[in-house]
Ligand binder design. Structure first.
Ligand code: NAD
Length: 482
Protein backbone atom coordinates (compact mmCIF):
# COMPACT_ATOMS: atom_id res chain seq x y z
CA UNK A 1 0.00 0.00 0.00
CA UNK A 2 1.47 3.36 -0.91
CA UNK A 3 0.90 6.29 1.39
CA UNK A 4 -1.67 7.68 -1.00
CA UNK A 5 -4.26 4.95 -1.39
CA UNK A 6 -5.72 4.72 2.09
CA UNK A 7 -9.12 6.03 0.90
CA UNK A 8 -11.97 3.93 2.27
CA UNK A 9 -14.96 3.34 -0.05
CA UNK A 10 -16.85 5.99 1.98
CA UNK A 11 -16.54 7.78 5.32
CA UNK A 12 -19.19 6.10 7.46
CA UNK A 13 -20.49 2.58 7.95
CA UNK A 14 -24.21 2.42 8.78
CA UNK A 15 -26.61 -0.52 8.57
CA UNK A 16 -24.03 -2.89 7.09
CA UNK A 17 -22.72 -0.64 4.35
CA UNK A 18 -20.41 2.21 3.55
CA UNK A 19 -22.23 5.55 3.41
CA UNK A 20 -20.72 8.91 2.48
CA UNK A 21 -20.77 11.52 5.22
CA UNK A 22 -22.87 14.64 4.79
CA UNK A 23 -21.05 16.77 7.37
CA UNK A 24 -17.89 18.90 7.19
CA UNK A 25 -14.75 17.64 5.44
CA UNK A 26 -12.28 15.59 7.44
CA UNK A 27 -8.84 15.16 5.90
CA UNK A 28 -6.71 12.28 7.15
CA UNK A 29 -3.00 12.98 7.16
CA UNK A 30 -0.08 10.56 7.36
CA UNK A 31 1.76 11.96 10.39
CA UNK A 32 5.19 11.17 8.92
CA UNK A 33 4.80 13.30 5.78
CA UNK A 34 1.73 15.40 6.50
CA UNK A 35 0.32 14.19 3.19
CA UNK A 36 -3.47 13.78 2.92
CA UNK A 37 -4.11 10.03 2.58
CA UNK A 38 -7.90 10.10 2.72
CA UNK A 39 -10.57 12.76 2.40
CA UNK A 40 -13.54 11.93 4.57
CA UNK A 41 -16.70 13.74 5.57
CA UNK A 42 -18.13 13.88 9.08
CA UNK A 43 -21.54 12.43 9.84
CA UNK A 44 -24.40 14.94 9.82
CA UNK A 45 -26.75 14.99 12.84
CA UNK A 46 -29.28 13.03 10.75
CA UNK A 47 -26.62 10.41 10.00
CA UNK A 48 -25.72 10.03 13.69
CA UNK A 49 -29.40 9.37 14.25
CA UNK A 50 -29.54 6.96 11.31
CA UNK A 51 -26.63 5.03 12.83
CA UNK A 52 -28.25 4.70 16.27
CA UNK A 53 -31.53 3.75 14.58
CA UNK A 54 -29.77 1.05 12.57
CA UNK A 55 -28.12 -0.19 15.76
CA UNK A 56 -31.38 -0.19 17.70
CA UNK A 57 -33.23 -2.14 15.03
CA UNK A 58 -30.44 -4.73 14.66
CA UNK A 59 -29.90 -5.20 18.37
CA UNK A 60 -32.91 -7.34 19.27
CA UNK A 61 -32.17 -9.92 16.59
CA UNK A 62 -28.49 -9.98 17.57
CA UNK A 63 -29.36 -10.42 21.26
CA UNK A 64 -31.77 -13.24 20.37
CA UNK A 65 -28.96 -15.35 18.91
CA UNK A 66 -27.51 -18.02 21.15
CA UNK A 67 -24.38 -16.58 22.76
CA UNK A 68 -22.30 -19.32 21.16
CA UNK A 69 -23.46 -18.11 17.74
CA UNK A 70 -22.44 -14.53 18.51
CA UNK A 71 -19.12 -15.92 19.69
CA UNK A 72 -18.69 -17.84 16.45
CA UNK A 73 -19.13 -14.66 14.38
CA UNK A 74 -16.62 -12.78 16.55
CA UNK A 75 -14.20 -15.71 16.14
CA UNK A 76 -14.54 -15.49 12.37
CA UNK A 77 -13.66 -11.81 12.59
CA UNK A 78 -10.52 -12.78 14.51
CA UNK A 79 -9.52 -15.12 11.70
CA UNK A 80 -10.08 -12.41 9.07
CA UNK A 81 -7.95 -9.97 11.08
CA UNK A 82 -5.14 -12.54 11.17
CA UNK A 83 -5.51 -13.24 7.43
CA UNK A 84 -5.30 -9.51 6.65
CA UNK A 85 -2.68 -8.73 9.31
CA UNK A 86 -0.10 -7.05 7.09
CA UNK A 87 -2.62 -4.84 5.26
CA UNK A 88 -4.17 -3.80 8.58
CA UNK A 89 -0.80 -3.07 10.22
CA UNK A 90 0.20 -0.84 7.31
CA UNK A 91 -3.09 1.03 7.40
CA UNK A 92 -2.68 1.56 11.15
CA UNK A 93 0.80 2.95 10.55
CA UNK A 94 -0.53 5.37 7.93
CA UNK A 95 -3.39 6.43 10.20
CA UNK A 96 -1.27 6.91 13.34
CA UNK A 97 2.34 7.26 12.16
CA UNK A 98 3.38 4.50 14.57
CA UNK A 99 6.28 2.29 13.44
CA UNK A 100 5.26 -0.81 11.51
CA UNK A 101 7.27 -2.89 13.97
CA UNK A 102 4.74 -1.79 16.62
CA UNK A 103 1.53 -1.95 14.60
CA UNK A 104 2.34 -5.52 13.49
CA UNK A 105 2.47 -6.78 17.06
CA UNK A 106 0.49 -4.38 19.24
CA UNK A 107 -2.53 -2.75 17.64
CA UNK A 108 -4.73 -5.12 15.62
CA UNK A 109 -3.20 -8.19 17.32
CA UNK A 110 -4.31 -6.84 20.71
CA UNK A 111 -7.73 -5.97 19.29
CA UNK A 112 -8.05 -9.46 17.82
CA UNK A 113 -7.20 -10.96 21.20
CA UNK A 114 -10.04 -9.04 22.81
CA UNK A 115 -12.44 -10.38 20.16
CA UNK A 116 -11.09 -13.89 20.69
CA UNK A 117 -11.44 -13.62 24.47
CA UNK A 118 -15.02 -12.32 24.46
CA UNK A 119 -16.03 -14.70 21.66
CA UNK A 120 -15.13 -17.50 24.07
CA UNK A 121 -16.66 -15.80 27.10
CA UNK A 122 -20.03 -15.06 25.46
CA UNK A 123 -21.48 -18.52 26.05
CA UNK A 124 -20.25 -18.78 29.63
CA UNK A 125 -22.27 -15.87 31.01
CA UNK A 126 -25.10 -17.17 33.15
CA UNK A 127 -27.47 -15.89 35.81
CA UNK A 128 -28.02 -17.01 39.38
CA UNK A 129 -30.79 -18.99 41.03
CA UNK A 130 -31.51 -17.69 44.51
CA UNK A 131 -33.62 -20.14 46.56
CA UNK A 132 -36.16 -18.66 48.95
CA UNK A 133 -37.53 -21.88 50.43
CA UNK A 134 -40.21 -22.67 47.85
CA UNK A 135 -40.29 -19.43 45.90
CA UNK A 136 -37.08 -18.45 44.16
CA UNK A 137 -35.45 -15.68 42.22
CA UNK A 138 -33.39 -16.06 39.10
CA UNK A 139 -31.27 -13.41 37.47
CA UNK A 140 -30.70 -12.71 33.79
CA UNK A 141 -27.70 -10.75 32.56
CA UNK A 142 -29.23 -8.72 29.74
CA UNK A 143 -27.60 -6.48 27.15
CA UNK A 144 -28.02 -2.73 27.64
CA UNK A 145 -29.10 -2.04 24.04
CA UNK A 146 -27.23 0.45 21.90
CA UNK A 147 -23.74 1.33 23.15
CA UNK A 148 -21.76 4.31 21.92
CA UNK A 149 -17.99 3.89 21.68
CA UNK A 150 -15.76 6.97 21.33
CA UNK A 151 -12.05 6.51 20.71
CA UNK A 152 -8.73 8.32 21.14
CA UNK A 153 -6.09 8.46 18.41
CA UNK A 154 -3.24 6.56 19.96
CA UNK A 155 -4.57 2.99 19.57
CA UNK A 156 -7.54 3.51 17.24
CA UNK A 157 -8.17 -0.06 16.09
CA UNK A 158 -7.34 -1.64 19.42
CA UNK A 159 -9.77 0.73 21.14
CA UNK A 160 -12.54 -0.10 18.62
CA UNK A 161 -11.98 -3.81 19.31
CA UNK A 162 -11.64 -3.47 23.09
CA UNK A 163 -14.99 -1.70 23.21
CA UNK A 164 -16.92 -3.69 20.63
CA UNK A 165 -15.77 -7.14 21.78
CA UNK A 166 -17.50 -7.23 25.19
CA UNK A 167 -20.40 -5.08 23.96
CA UNK A 168 -21.24 -7.32 21.03
CA UNK A 169 -20.51 -10.56 22.88
CA UNK A 170 -23.21 -9.55 25.39
CA UNK A 171 -25.78 -8.88 22.65
CA UNK A 172 -25.53 -5.10 22.44
CA UNK A 173 -25.21 -3.16 19.20
CA UNK A 174 -22.67 -0.36 18.86
CA UNK A 175 -22.15 2.95 17.14
CA UNK A 176 -18.45 3.78 17.24
CA UNK A 177 -16.91 7.19 16.64
CA UNK A 178 -13.16 7.03 16.15
CA UNK A 179 -10.95 10.00 16.87
CA UNK A 180 -11.04 12.53 14.04
CA UNK A 181 -7.24 12.11 13.82
CA UNK A 182 -7.40 8.38 13.09
CA UNK A 183 -10.69 7.40 11.46
CA UNK A 184 -9.58 4.54 9.20
CA UNK A 185 -9.18 1.42 11.35
CA UNK A 186 -12.74 1.36 12.72
CA UNK A 187 -14.13 1.28 9.17
CA UNK A 188 -12.04 -1.83 8.48
CA UNK A 189 -13.42 -3.42 11.64
CA UNK A 190 -16.99 -2.74 10.49
CA UNK A 191 -16.17 -4.29 7.12
CA UNK A 192 -14.58 -7.34 8.78
CA UNK A 193 -17.57 -7.89 11.09
CA UNK A 194 -19.94 -7.96 8.12
CA UNK A 195 -17.60 -10.32 6.27
CA UNK A 196 -17.65 -12.53 9.37
CA UNK A 197 -21.44 -12.80 9.16
CA UNK A 198 -22.54 -10.17 11.65
CA UNK A 199 -26.03 -8.84 10.86
CA UNK A 200 -26.17 -5.37 9.30
CA UNK A 201 -26.48 -2.58 11.85
CA UNK A 202 -24.90 -4.38 14.81
CA UNK A 203 -21.69 -2.36 14.47
CA UNK A 204 -21.74 1.10 12.88
CA UNK A 205 -19.13 3.80 12.46
CA UNK A 206 -19.71 7.54 12.36
CA UNK A 207 -16.91 10.05 11.85
CA UNK A 208 -16.44 13.49 13.25
CA UNK A 209 -14.95 15.81 15.78
CA UNK A 210 -16.20 16.40 19.32
CA UNK A 211 -19.64 17.68 18.27
CA UNK A 212 -20.45 14.39 16.55
CA UNK A 213 -19.36 12.54 19.71
CA UNK A 214 -21.57 14.82 21.79
CA UNK A 215 -24.58 14.19 19.53
CA UNK A 216 -24.00 10.46 19.85
CA UNK A 217 -23.78 10.57 23.66
CA UNK A 218 -27.15 12.30 24.01
CA UNK A 219 -29.02 10.29 21.38
CA UNK A 220 -32.09 8.89 23.14
CA UNK A 221 -31.41 5.37 21.82
CA UNK A 222 -27.96 5.19 23.42
CA UNK A 223 -27.95 3.29 26.73
CA UNK A 224 -24.22 3.29 27.40
CA UNK A 225 -21.19 5.38 26.52
CA UNK A 226 -17.65 4.09 26.58
CA UNK A 227 -15.04 6.79 26.05
CA UNK A 228 -11.28 6.61 25.70
CA UNK A 229 -9.90 10.12 25.85
CA UNK A 230 -8.61 12.90 28.06
CA UNK A 231 -9.92 13.85 31.50
CA UNK A 232 -11.53 17.14 30.33
CA UNK A 233 -13.45 15.28 27.59
CA UNK A 234 -14.33 12.56 30.08
CA UNK A 235 -15.91 15.09 32.42
CA UNK A 236 -18.09 16.50 29.62
CA UNK A 237 -19.13 13.09 28.32
CA UNK A 238 -19.84 11.72 31.80
CA UNK A 239 -22.04 14.74 32.59
CA UNK A 240 -23.90 14.49 29.28
CA UNK A 241 -24.44 10.75 29.79
CA UNK A 242 -25.75 11.34 33.31
CA UNK A 243 -28.58 13.46 31.99
CA UNK A 244 -30.09 10.34 30.42
CA UNK A 245 -28.93 8.04 33.28
CA UNK A 246 -26.70 6.19 30.79
CA UNK A 247 -24.09 3.68 31.84
CA UNK A 248 -20.51 4.80 31.30
CA UNK A 249 -17.00 3.47 30.98
CA UNK A 250 -14.34 6.19 31.07
CA UNK A 251 -10.77 5.32 30.07
CA UNK A 252 -8.98 8.61 30.60
CA UNK A 253 -5.54 10.09 31.00
CA UNK A 254 -2.80 9.57 33.54
CA UNK A 255 0.49 10.72 35.02
CA UNK A 256 1.50 7.36 36.37
CA UNK A 257 4.41 6.67 38.73
CA UNK A 258 7.11 4.07 38.18
CA UNK A 259 9.06 3.48 41.41
CA UNK A 260 12.53 1.99 41.15
CA UNK A 261 14.16 0.84 44.39
CA UNK A 262 17.93 0.49 44.93
CA UNK A 263 17.77 -3.30 44.78
CA UNK A 264 16.07 -3.45 41.35
CA UNK A 265 17.80 -4.92 38.32
CA UNK A 266 19.21 -1.78 36.69
CA UNK A 267 18.90 -3.12 33.16
CA UNK A 268 15.28 -4.25 33.64
CA UNK A 269 14.26 -1.02 35.35
CA UNK A 270 15.80 1.08 32.59
CA UNK A 271 14.15 -1.12 29.94
CA UNK A 272 10.80 -0.77 31.66
CA UNK A 273 11.20 3.01 31.94
CA UNK A 274 11.84 3.11 28.17
CA UNK A 275 8.74 1.00 27.49
CA UNK A 276 6.78 3.08 29.99
CA UNK A 277 7.60 6.35 28.25
CA UNK A 278 8.66 6.03 24.66
CA UNK A 279 6.63 3.26 23.00
CA UNK A 280 4.28 4.78 20.40
CA UNK A 281 6.36 7.97 20.74
CA UNK A 282 5.08 8.26 24.29
CA UNK A 283 1.43 8.54 23.24
CA UNK A 284 0.16 5.93 25.72
CA UNK A 285 -2.34 6.69 28.47
CA UNK A 286 -0.84 4.36 31.08
CA UNK A 287 2.72 5.63 30.66
CA UNK A 288 4.87 5.81 33.78
CA UNK A 289 6.00 9.36 33.18
CA UNK A 290 7.02 10.09 36.77
CA UNK A 291 9.96 7.78 37.37
CA UNK A 292 10.94 7.80 41.05
CA UNK A 293 14.43 6.36 41.49
CA UNK A 294 15.93 5.67 44.91
CA UNK A 295 19.13 7.53 45.86
CA UNK A 296 21.51 4.59 45.54
CA UNK A 297 20.57 3.73 41.97
CA UNK A 298 19.67 7.19 40.74
CA UNK A 299 22.87 8.24 38.94
CA UNK A 300 23.57 4.82 37.41
CA UNK A 301 19.95 4.69 36.24
CA UNK A 302 20.21 8.05 34.46
CA UNK A 303 23.55 7.19 32.87
CA UNK A 304 22.30 3.86 31.51
CA UNK A 305 19.03 5.40 30.36
CA UNK A 306 20.83 8.11 28.36
CA UNK A 307 23.11 5.47 26.84
CA UNK A 308 20.20 3.29 25.71
CA UNK A 309 18.14 6.24 24.43
CA UNK A 310 21.06 7.31 22.23
CA UNK A 311 20.56 4.08 20.24
CA UNK A 312 16.93 4.79 19.27
CA UNK A 313 16.19 4.58 15.55
CA UNK A 314 13.78 7.34 14.54
CA UNK A 315 12.46 7.74 11.04
CA UNK A 316 10.14 6.37 8.38
CA UNK A 317 7.43 4.40 10.22
CA UNK A 318 7.07 1.99 7.29
CA UNK A 319 10.76 1.06 7.58
CA UNK A 320 10.94 -2.14 9.65
CA UNK A 321 14.02 -0.88 11.48
CA UNK A 322 12.27 2.26 12.80
CA UNK A 323 11.59 2.18 16.54
CA UNK A 324 10.35 5.72 17.14
CA UNK A 325 7.88 7.43 14.84
CA UNK A 326 6.42 10.91 14.46
CA UNK A 327 3.93 12.61 16.74
CA UNK A 328 0.30 12.29 15.60
CA UNK A 329 -0.15 15.93 14.53
CA UNK A 330 1.65 19.28 14.44
CA UNK A 331 -0.73 20.56 17.15
CA UNK A 332 0.18 17.71 19.49
CA UNK A 333 3.91 18.13 18.73
CA UNK A 334 3.58 21.79 19.65
CA UNK A 335 1.96 20.90 23.00
CA UNK A 336 4.76 18.47 23.79
CA UNK A 337 7.41 21.07 22.87
CA UNK A 338 5.68 23.58 25.14
CA UNK A 339 5.92 21.03 27.97
CA UNK A 340 9.64 20.50 27.27
CA UNK A 341 10.16 24.26 27.27
CA UNK A 342 8.37 24.56 30.61
CA UNK A 343 10.59 21.83 32.08
CA UNK A 344 13.66 23.82 31.08
CA UNK A 345 12.18 27.11 32.24
CA UNK A 346 11.26 25.65 35.64
CA UNK A 347 14.81 24.38 36.15
CA UNK A 348 14.74 20.65 35.38
CA UNK A 349 17.91 19.18 33.82
CA UNK A 350 17.65 17.78 30.30
CA UNK A 351 19.48 14.44 30.29
CA UNK A 352 18.76 13.51 26.69
CA UNK A 353 16.39 14.35 23.85
CA UNK A 354 14.75 17.73 23.49
CA UNK A 355 12.25 19.44 21.23
CA UNK A 356 13.36 17.64 18.05
CA UNK A 357 12.33 18.77 14.59
CA UNK A 358 9.18 18.70 12.51
CA UNK A 359 7.00 15.71 13.39
CA UNK A 360 9.73 14.07 15.48
CA UNK A 361 10.44 14.48 19.16
CA UNK A 362 13.15 12.12 20.42
CA UNK A 363 12.99 10.21 23.71
CA UNK A 364 13.41 13.02 26.22
CA UNK A 365 14.49 12.62 29.84
CA UNK A 366 14.45 15.27 32.56
CA UNK A 367 16.24 14.86 35.88
CA UNK A 368 16.55 16.99 39.02
CA UNK A 369 12.85 17.70 38.70
CA UNK A 370 10.54 18.71 41.52
CA UNK A 371 7.06 17.38 42.20
CA UNK A 372 5.50 20.81 41.69
CA UNK A 373 6.87 21.36 38.18
CA UNK A 374 4.43 21.36 35.27
CA UNK A 375 6.24 18.41 33.61
CA UNK A 376 5.73 16.37 36.80
CA UNK A 377 2.08 17.27 37.30
CA UNK A 378 0.47 17.37 33.87
CA UNK A 379 -0.08 14.65 31.31
CA UNK A 380 2.15 15.45 28.31
CA UNK A 381 1.15 12.51 26.09
CA UNK A 382 4.48 12.50 24.32
CA UNK A 383 7.97 11.03 24.76
CA UNK A 384 8.91 12.98 27.88
CA UNK A 385 10.05 11.25 31.07
CA UNK A 386 10.62 12.98 34.38
CA UNK A 387 13.03 11.30 36.79
CA UNK A 388 12.58 12.14 40.46
CA UNK A 389 14.90 11.10 43.27
CA UNK A 390 13.60 9.55 46.51
CA UNK A 391 15.05 8.22 49.75
CA UNK A 392 12.59 5.88 51.43
CA UNK A 393 9.54 3.77 50.68
CA UNK A 394 6.93 5.80 52.56
CA UNK A 395 8.08 8.97 50.84
CA UNK A 396 7.91 7.32 47.41
CA UNK A 397 4.34 6.13 47.99
CA UNK A 398 3.16 9.50 49.28
CA UNK A 399 4.68 11.37 46.35
CA UNK A 400 3.46 8.78 43.81
CA UNK A 401 -0.11 9.22 45.09
CA UNK A 402 0.03 13.02 45.13
CA UNK A 403 -1.84 13.39 41.84
CA UNK A 404 -5.47 13.57 40.77
CA UNK A 405 -4.81 10.80 38.22
CA UNK A 406 -4.85 7.09 39.06
CA UNK A 407 -4.55 5.07 35.89
CA UNK A 408 -1.47 2.93 36.42
CA UNK A 409 1.69 2.44 38.50
CA UNK A 410 4.79 0.27 38.52
CA UNK A 411 7.32 -0.93 41.09
CA UNK A 412 10.78 -2.35 40.48
CA UNK A 413 12.42 -4.19 43.36
CA UNK A 414 13.79 -7.64 44.14
CA UNK A 415 12.11 -7.49 47.58
CA UNK A 416 8.73 -9.07 46.90
CA UNK A 417 7.24 -8.22 50.28
CA UNK A 418 7.98 -4.59 49.59
CA UNK A 419 6.62 -4.83 46.05
CA UNK A 420 3.23 -6.09 47.27
CA UNK A 421 3.15 -3.61 50.17
CA UNK A 422 3.82 -0.71 47.81
CA UNK A 423 1.27 -1.67 45.15
CA UNK A 424 -1.31 -2.16 47.89
CA UNK A 425 -0.74 1.47 48.90
CA UNK A 426 -0.68 2.94 45.39
CA UNK A 427 -3.82 4.65 44.12
CA UNK A 428 -3.97 3.22 40.60
CA UNK A 429 -6.30 0.91 38.72
CA UNK A 430 -3.56 -1.09 37.00
CA UNK A 431 -0.21 -1.92 38.64
CA UNK A 432 2.88 -3.79 37.54
CA UNK A 433 5.62 -5.39 39.63
CA UNK A 434 8.91 -5.73 37.74
CA UNK A 435 7.11 -5.07 34.43
CA UNK A 436 5.36 -2.14 32.78
CA UNK A 437 2.64 -1.42 30.23
CA UNK A 438 1.66 -5.03 29.61
CA UNK A 439 -2.13 -5.14 29.19
CA UNK A 440 -3.20 -8.72 28.45
CA UNK A 441 -6.91 -9.11 27.69
CA UNK A 442 -7.20 -11.54 30.62
CA UNK A 443 -6.57 -8.69 33.11
CA UNK A 444 -8.98 -5.85 33.95
CA UNK A 445 -7.73 -2.48 32.73
CA UNK A 446 -8.84 0.96 33.87
CA UNK A 447 -8.25 3.80 36.25
CA UNK A 448 -9.25 5.25 39.60
CA UNK A 449 -9.60 8.89 40.70
CA UNK A 450 -9.76 11.22 37.66
CA UNK A 451 -8.39 8.53 35.32
CA UNK A 452 -11.71 6.88 34.85
CA UNK A 453 -14.47 4.59 35.86
CA UNK A 454 -15.29 1.04 34.81
CA UNK A 455 -12.95 -1.61 33.46
CA UNK A 456 -12.12 -2.89 30.02
CA UNK A 457 -10.94 -6.42 29.22
CA UNK A 458 -11.31 -9.56 31.35
CA UNK A 459 -14.58 -10.95 32.69
CA UNK A 460 -14.98 -7.65 34.59
CA UNK A 461 -15.93 -5.92 31.33
CA UNK A 462 -19.05 -8.07 31.03
CA UNK A 463 -20.78 -6.22 33.85
CA UNK A 464 -20.09 -2.90 32.16
CA UNK A 465 -21.96 -4.01 29.03
CA UNK A 466 -24.94 -5.69 30.68
CA UNK A 467 -27.54 -5.22 33.35
CA UNK A 468 -29.14 -7.62 35.78
CA UNK A 469 -32.80 -8.51 35.75
CA UNK A 470 -34.21 -10.24 38.84
CA UNK A 471 -37.16 -12.54 38.31
CA UNK A 472 -39.13 -13.56 41.39
CA UNK A 473 -41.02 -16.80 40.88
CA UNK A 474 -43.92 -17.47 43.20
CA UNK A 475 -44.77 -21.14 43.73
CA UNK A 476 -47.59 -20.89 46.30
CA UNK A 477 -50.86 -19.08 46.81
CA UNK A 478 -50.94 -15.27 46.75
CA UNK A 479 -51.98 -13.82 50.11
CA UNK A 480 -53.47 -10.33 49.75
CA UNK A 481 -54.61 -8.27 52.80
CA UNK A 482 -58.10 -7.70 51.41
P1 NAD B 1 -9.71 13.66 23.47
O1 NAD B 1 -10.28 13.69 24.82
O2 NAD B 1 -9.32 14.93 22.84
O3 NAD B 1 -10.71 12.95 22.45
C1 NAD B 1 -11.18 11.64 22.66
C2 NAD B 1 -12.41 11.41 21.81
O4 NAD B 1 -13.50 12.16 22.33
C3 NAD B 1 -12.27 11.84 20.35
O5 NAD B 1 -12.90 10.87 19.52
C4 NAD B 1 -13.01 13.15 20.31
O6 NAD B 1 -13.54 13.48 19.04
C5 NAD B 1 -14.13 12.89 21.29
N1 NAD B 1 -14.75 14.07 21.89
C6 NAD B 1 -14.20 15.28 22.13
N2 NAD B 1 -15.10 16.08 22.72
C7 NAD B 1 -16.23 15.37 22.88
C8 NAD B 1 -17.52 15.65 23.45
N3 NAD B 1 -17.80 16.83 24.00
N4 NAD B 1 -18.44 14.67 23.45
C9 NAD B 1 -18.16 13.46 22.93
N5 NAD B 1 -16.99 13.15 22.37
C10 NAD B 1 -16.02 14.09 22.35
O7 NAD B 1 -8.47 12.64 23.57
P2 NAD B 1 -7.35 12.34 22.48
O8 NAD B 1 -6.48 13.55 22.39
O9 NAD B 1 -7.95 11.76 21.27
O10 NAD B 1 -6.54 11.17 23.21
C11 NAD B 1 -5.56 11.40 24.15
C12 NAD B 1 -6.12 11.24 25.55
O11 NAD B 1 -6.73 9.97 25.69
C13 NAD B 1 -5.02 11.27 26.60
O12 NAD B 1 -5.46 12.00 27.72
C14 NAD B 1 -4.85 9.81 26.97
O13 NAD B 1 -4.31 9.57 28.23
C15 NAD B 1 -6.24 9.29 26.82
N6 NAD B 1 -6.24 7.84 26.60
C16 NAD B 1 -6.69 7.00 27.59
C17 NAD B 1 -6.67 5.64 27.42
C18 NAD B 1 -7.14 4.70 28.50
O14 NAD B 1 -7.43 3.56 28.20
N7 NAD B 1 -7.25 5.12 29.74
C19 NAD B 1 -6.19 5.09 26.23
C20 NAD B 1 -5.74 5.97 25.23
C21 NAD B 1 -5.77 7.33 25.44
Amino acid sequence: MSATNAHPPASLFIGGEYVEGEGPALDVRYPYTGEVIAQLREASPAQVEAATRAAASAQAEWAALRPVERGRILSRAVQIIHDRAEELARLETLDTGKPIQETRVADWPSGAEALEYFAGLAATVTGQMIPLGGDFVYTIREPLGVCAGIGAWNYPSQIACWKSAPALAMGNAMVFKPSEETPLGALKLAEIFVQAGMPAGVFNVVQGRGAVGAALVTDPRVAKVSLTGSVPTGRKVYAAAAEGMRHVTMELGGKSPLIVFDDASLEDAVGAAILANFYSSGQVCSNGTRVFVQDGLHDAFLARLAERCADVRMGDPLDEATQHGPIISPAQAEKIRAAIASGLAEGARLVCGGPGEGAFIPPTVFADARDDMTITREEIFGPVMTVLRFTDEAEAVTRANATSFGLAAGVFTRDLARAHRVVAALQAGTCWINAYNLTPVEAPFGGVKQSGIGRENSAAAIEHYSQLKSVYVGTGPVEAPY
